[in-house]
Design a protein around this ligand. Sequence first.
Ligand SMILES: [Fe+2]
Length: 202
Amino acid sequence: MHDHTRRLLAEIAAVFRAENRTCADETADALAAFAGLEAAPELAEDDSDAIRALLATSPLEVAHAALAAHDALPWGRNPVAARISPKDNSLYRVADLLGPDGPLVCPTLRAGLYYQRPETRYGLHSHAAVETYVIIAGRALWTAGDAQREMTPGHSVHHSTYLPHACETGPEGVVALWRWSGDIGIDSYRIHHGHDAFGVAA
Ligand SMILES: [Fe+2]
């Protein structure tokens, strides 16, 4: 096992526990059951330098833990990638840590890391799962239902089931923790405006 990933799991669990929310505590408990991650395969298209550089700018301990563990993290495609065109799907990266398909197997929760490239927009989408994002590096303009907010490290946003949400980045890009609970099946995932919802930010 990888000491850096053990530390990262502990830091993520600490961030979730600070939310004081039942699903966050359950995810922290699930993460705490694992000793770490095995080494992951390298990215096919390498965003590693950008992710590392962005994590290094963060004031948060969890971001430094993610930087130290970077080589062992399974940065790859979104689990819903089959519903998104390859071009649009390249706007961001997801590292699944906890979930039904692993790498840390949990049948009822999903959690991991999210990276979105600079000057891109991940347009309005929704799903049955209850979701939380916690920004750990960079910044993003977040839309959640009727609300819109500039999010920086330490800020979090909670999406109730089927609440439409979107994320737009500026010159820095963004790295976040994310968590799904409730109905975590991916079949309900829906993009609200088709592929027009994706692209380079105006
Ligand atoms: Fe979402």
